[in-house]
Design a protein around this ligand. Structure first.
Ligand code: FPP
Length: 245
């Protein structure tokens, strides 16, 4: 029943801040590592459901620039989980025609992670059912600083004149240059923060916060977020009357 409502107003670009793995583990008397492993299960369910629902772009915040300050052991486990998940899900990405994309300061990632990402990105580059973007070693401010640096170099080398710089040109220098703006941003675990995620790209996004911890997040919770999204009036600065007209 819910599905038929979904057809028209599906967000083109859904982004998720997957938060609460640690608290989930604590609540269950498990260690944080087990929280992350269960987080992977939620990733699998949400990716599969997003394809079914024909969401064109799904972007997941998997590791922030700030996450590098976590204990070394936890970082190591997250990196291992990433590699093992890429390997185990590879066939499914091909079967479902999902294109993998990665954004962030990827050079900071361990070589083995870079290699695996590179392989899967390349092998899935012609898939067109959905783009799954993983934000890894990602920070929104760093992304913007990086774009401005590239533009400054182009100005210095007379490739572009400063008067020509506008929001479209800045957009073309972001990691997300090939992605549309975010329509819906979901954050789990009850925190109501953006945490340096896609700062530029969420300018007109609808924000949805849920108390559900990420490892408990299922397709049922995704449906709830989407139903909520569809009830919202997105005015983009216009009046309701103008939208009706
Ligand atoms: C936030 O929970 C979650 C992360 C920092 C990592 C997210 C990673 C995964 C879900 C697994 C790997 C991902 C992929 C794409 C295979 P937290 O640790 O900050 O939880 P807490 O705030 O309760 O401590």
């Amino acid at each position: 029943m819910i599905m038929s409502n979904f057809k028209n107003d599906m967000p083109k670009h859904l982004a998720i801040i997957m938060d609460g793995n640690g608290r989930w583990a604590e609540k269950k008397g498990k260690n944080r590592i087990q929280g992350h492993s269960h987080g992977v299960k939620a990733v699998q369910e949400v990716v599969e459901e997003a394809v079914q629902l024909k969401i064109e772009h799904l972007t997941l915040y998997a590791f922030s620039t700030e996450n590098w300050s976590r204990p070394q052991e936890e970082i190591g486990v997250l990196m291992k989980l990433l590699v093992s998940t890429l390997k185990s899900e590879f066939e499914k990405l091909l079967k479902n025609r999902i294109k993998l994309n990665v954004i962030g300061n990827l050079h900071q990632l361990p070589k083995i992670v870079q290699k695996e990402l590179h392989y899967v990105v390349e092998k899935t580059q012609n898939n067109n059912e959905m783009t799954l973007t993983l934000a890894l070693s990602y920070g929104g401010r760093e992304e913007l600083a990086n774009a401005l640096k590239q533009l400054a170099i182009k100005v210095k080398n007379n490739i572009i004149s400063p008067e020509k710089i506008d929001q479209f040109i800045i957009n073309k220098h972001l990691y997300t240059q090939n992605l549309p703006d975010v329509d819906l941003l979901i954050r789990t675990s009850g925190e109501k923060r953006i945490s340096n995620f896609l700062l530029w790209q969420i300018a007109y996004a609808e924000l949805y916060f849920t108390k559900v911890l990420w490892p408990d997040f299922t397709k049922k919770h995704l449906h709830k977020a989407l139903t909520n999204y569809q009830k919202r009036e997105r005015r983009f600065g216009k009046t309701s009357k103008q939208l009706l007209g």
